[in-house]
Design a protein around this ligand. Structure first.
Ligand code: ADP
Ligand code: MG
Length: 672
C-alpha cells in the first residue's frame, strides 16, 4: 500500500491544464460546474445550501472537499455524482450538459462513470461481499461468470479474499468499506466519489481506506473525497474548502499523479443491458428477496394458494358430475328422440292428451326411423302371495327393446301378437325381480298389477340409475293394448320414444324434422314437443353450467383478494427496501430496471402461489376421487390458474413497482 503521511504536504502548486484524457473534449475538464446553487424546500421555508459554486476537476485528480458538518458537502457530492440536480447553475460532465440528460441517461452515467463510497457503506444486508461488489455490473451486459470473476479479483486485490462469502454484518467496518470500494470499481469507477469514507472507521482502518483511495488515484481514477476532517483531506492532491455553501479556498498541494494521464481505469464495457438476461437476473433477485422473508412470503401466497386450489378441485369435481350425467344420458342412446304431448313452452303440458299410439305407428313409417314406441307410464301396485311393492308400469310396443337398445336377460319380451291379443303378460326389471321374487325364478310366475293377473315372461337386463338418479330397473313392461285398457284406462300416451337409424347428427336432424312435419300434418297444430338427446343433455347440464359460473366468480374473488395481499406486501417491501432501491439507483439501475425487479417479485409470488395452489388442488381432487366421486382432470383450469395468477401479480404488482421506480435516489439513500 502507498505510504501516505501528513508531513509531505507541500505548497500548493498551480494546477496544470496540460493533461487531457480521451473522452473529454479538448480544453474541457472532466467536471465543470458554474454558478451552481441548491435550495431545499421544507414546507414554507426555503433553505439555500449551496450558493453559487464554481468548480473544475481534471481527470485523475485526487480532490478532497472539506467543510464542517452541514456545510453542503454531501449535497455537492450528490450533484457531482448525478444523483441529484442543482436548483440553478450548470454542470458539464466531459463537456456534456447534465441538465439535458433524462433519468435513464443519468443512470447510465452513474453506472458507467461513477463509483460511490458512503460513510455508512450502504451495502445490501442480505447479500454477501461478492454479490455486493457485483451489484453495479448486474445492470450491464456482462455475463455472470465474468462478473463474478471480476468481483472476486477486485475483492482479492482489496485484501478480502478470505471474506468473499460473508455478509456485511459478518465483516468489520474497514472490510465493509473495502467491499463498497470494490463495488465502486466494479464498472470501472472512473470517478470515485467518497462521502466521509473513514467517518465510521477506527483510525487504522481509516488509514487503510485512504491509502487505497490514493492508490486508485495513482492508477488513473479520479477520486473525490468528502470529509470534515482536515487530516483526511491532507492525503489529497488538492483540497477544496466549503463553508456554508461557498468555496472558501481551493489549494493544490501535489501535482496529479504522473500515471493519471496514461492509465485509464480498467472496467468492463458498459454496453446496454440485455433484456433477456435482465429478466433472468431479475427472477433470481426476486427469489432471493423472497427467500429472505420466507414467513411473510408464505402468508402472502396463502390467499392465492387457497383460491387456486379451491377452484381447481371444485372444477374437477363439477366436471366429474357433469360428465357422469352426460355419460348416463348417452348410455340411454344418442340416437333417440322423445316426443311429448303439449306445445313447447306450454305450461303443465305433461298431462295434456294429444299424442296417440297411432302417431307412433305413423312415425314408424319414416325411413330414418328405426323404431317408434309409445310409452304410457304410471306407478301401480304389484302383488303376489306374501309380497307387494310399488313400481313403474310402462305400457309399450314389442319393439321397445330395439328402440331403447335394452335387452332381455331372461325369457323374452312380449310380441306383436301379445299386443294384438291384449295378452296379460309382463316383462320385469331387475329390481322388481329381486324384490318381488326374492325366493324363486320369476319366469312363468304370476303377479297382480292393480288386481289384474299377469304372467312374467321375461326379465330385463340391468340398466342402473337414470341421469336423474331414478332406478330404471324398478319397472314392469306390459303390451300397450293391455296396459291402456286394463291398467290406465286411457289411450293417450306419456311420450313416444323414437330411435333413429343412426346417431349421426345429420340423420338425427332429418328424423327430427320429418317427425315434426308429420305430427304437424296429423294434428293440424303444434301440440307436441320433440326433444333430442343433445337438448336433453343441455338441460341436464344447465345446473352444472351455473355451478361453473359460480366457481369462476369464486376464482375471481379469491384472486382479487390474493392480489390485494400481494400488492399490500409489495408496498411494505418497497417502503422497507427504500434504501436498497437508493443503492441500486446509485450504482446505475435505470427506473425501468427497478420497476421490473419489483414487478417480477410480485409476479414470482403470485406464480409461486399458483403452482402451490394447483398442486394442492390436484392433491385434494385426487383424495376426493379416491373416495369414489367422479372427477375430471383437465389442463384448461390448470393453465387458466397459472395465467390468472400471473396476471394477478402483474396487475397488483404494478403500483408498488412504479412507486419504487419513482423514488428519488438521494431521498431513498437517506432513508432508514
Ligand atoms: P454536509 O454533508 O456538509 O454535512 P449536507 O450537504 O448533508 O451537509 O447538508 C447541508 C445542509 O442542507 C444541512 O443544513 C442539511 O440540513 C440541509 N439538507 C440536506 N438535505 C436536505 C433535504 N433533503 N431537505 C432539506 N434540507 C436538507
Ligand atoms: Mg454529509
Amino acid at each position: 500500500m502507498t505510504d501516505s503521511t501528513y508531513d509531505t504536504l507541500s505548497d500548493p502548486v498551480v494546477q496544470s491544464t496540460a493533461q487531457r484524457k480521451k473522452g473529454v473534449a479538448k480544453g474541457e475538464p472532466m467536471i465543470r460546474i458554474q454558478g451552481l446553487t441548491k435550495s431545499y424546500q421544507t414546507g414554507p421555508i426555503t433553505t439555500q445550501v449551496l450558493h453559487g459554486i464554481d468548480l473544475e476537476i481534471e481527470q485523475g485528480d485526487f480532490v478532497a472537499i472539506v467543510g464542517s458538518s452541514g456545510s453542503g458537502k454531501s449535497t455537492l457530492m450528490n450533484i457531482l455524482g448525478c444523483l441529484d440536480k442543482p436548483s440553478t447553475g450548470d454542470y458539464w460532465f466531459k463537456g456534456q450538459k447534465v441538465a439535458d440528460m433524462d433519468p435513464d441517461e443519468l443512470a447510465q452515467l452513474r453506472r458507467g462513470a461513477f463509483g460511490f463510497v458512503f460513510q455508512q457503506y450502504n451495502l445490501l444486508g442480505g447479500a454477501n461481499a461478492v454479490a455486493n461488489a457485483e451489484l453495479p455490473a448486474t445492470y450491464t451486459a456482462i455475463n455472470a461468470d465474468e462478473r463474478r470473476a471480476r468481483a472476486e479479483a477486485l475483492l482479492t486485490r482489496l485484501g478480502l479474499a478470505e471474506r468473499m462469502h460473508h455478509k456485511p454484518t459478518e465483516l468489520s467496518g474497514g472490510q465493509q468499506q473495502r467491499v463498497s470500494i470494490a463495488r465502486a470499481l466494479m464498472n470501472g469507477g472512473e470517478i470515485i466519489l467518497a462521502d466521509e469514507p473513514t467517518g465510521a472507521l477506527d483510525s487504522q482502518s481509516g488509514q487503510e481506506v485512504l491509502a487505497l483511495l490514493k492508490d486508485l488515484s495513482q492508477q488513473g481514477h479520479t477520486v473525490i473525497v468528502i470529509t470534515h476532517d482536515h487530516e483526511v483531506a491532507a492525503h489529497a492532491d488538492r483540497v477544496i474548502e466549503l463553508k456554508d455553501g461557498h468555496i472558501t479556498s481551493d489549494k493544490r498541494y501535489r501535482d496529479r499523479s504522473p500515471d493519471a494521464e496514461s492509465t485509464p481505469p480498467a472496467g468492463p464495457g458498459v454496453s446496454q443491458p440485455n433484456s433477456v438476461l435482465d429478466l433472468a437476473r431479475a427472477f433470481l433477485t426476486a427469489f432471493s428477496a423472497l427467500r429472505q422473508n420466507i414467513f411473510r412470503t408464505a402468508l402472502t401466497l396463502l390467499g392465492i394458494v387457497i383460491g387456486v386450489a379451491a377452484v381447481i378441485s371444485m372444477l374437477a369435481i363439477g366436471q366429474g358430475a357433469r360428465q357422469d350425467v352426460v355419460d348416463r344420458i348417452s348410455a340411454m342412446g344418442s340416437n333417440l328422440l322423445s316426443v311429448f304431448p303439449g306445445a313447447p313452452n306450454q305450461r303443465g303440458r305433461w298431462g295434456v292428451a294429444t299424442l296417440m299410439p297411432e302417431d307412433a305407428d305413423a312415425i314408424n313409417e319414416i325411413p330414418e326411423v328405426l323404431a317408434a314406441v309409445p310409452e304410457l307410464t304410471g306407478n301401480r301396485t304389484l302383488r303376489r302371495e306374501g309380497f307387494d311393492k310399488e313400481a313403474q308400469v310402462n305400457a309399450t310396443y314389442a319393439s321397445f327393446p330395439i328402440a331403447r337398445q335394452w335387452d332381455v336377460a331372461q325369457g323374452s319380451f312380449f310380441t306383436q301378437e301379445d299386443e294384438e291379443l291384449y295378452a296379460t303378460v309382463a316383462v320385469i326389471g331387475q329390481t322388481v325381480a329381486r324384490q318381488l321374487f326374492p325366493d324363486r325364478d320369476p319366469l312363468g310366475e304370476v303377479m297382480l298389477i292393480n288386481n289384474v293377473l299377469f304372467r312374467v315372461i321375461g326379465v330385463m337386463s340391468e340398466r342402473g340409475a337414470s341421469p336423474w338418479g331414478q332406478d330404471q330397473d324398478d319397472v314392469v313392461f306390459v303390451p300397450f293394448s293391455t296396459g291402456s285398457l286394463r291398467l290406465f284406462g286411457q289411450r293417450w300416451v306419456r311420450n313416444i320414444t323414437v330411435a333413429a337409424v343412426s346417431s349421426d347428427p345429420q340423420v338425427m336432424q332429418t328424423a327430427n324434422d320429418k317427425v315434426h312435419s308429420l305430427l304437424l300434418e296429423r294434428h293440424g297444430v303444434e301440440d307436441f314437443t320433440i326433444r333430442n338427446m343433445a337438448s336433453i343433455i343441455e338441460t341436464a347440464t344447465e345446473t352444472q353450467n351455473t355451478m361453473t359460473l359460480l366457481l369462476g366468480i369464486i376464482a375471481v374473488i379469491s384472486l382479487v383478494v390474493g392480489g390485494i395481499g400481494v400488492m399490500n406486501i409489495m408496498l411494505v417491501s418497497v417502503t422497507e427496501r427504500t434504501r436498497e432501491i437508493g443503492i441500486r439507483m446509485a450504482v446505475g439501475a435505470k427506473r425501468a430496471q427497478i420497476r421490473l425487479q419489483f414487478l417480477i417479485e410480485a409476479v414470482t409470488v403470485a406464480l409461486l402461489g399458483g403452482v402451490i395452489g394447483v398442486a394442492l388442488g390436484l392433491g385434494i381432487t385426487w383424495v376426493i376421487a379416491s373416495f369414489g366421486t367422479s372427477v375430471v382432470f383437465a389442463t384448461t383450469p390448470v393453465l387458466l390458474a397459472f395465467g390468472c395468477s400471473f396476471l394477478t401479480g402483474l396487475i397488483f404488482g404494478y403500483v408498488p413497482a412504479r412507486k419504487a421506480a419513482q423514488l428519488d435516489p438521494v431521498q431513498a439513500l437517506a432513508s432508514e
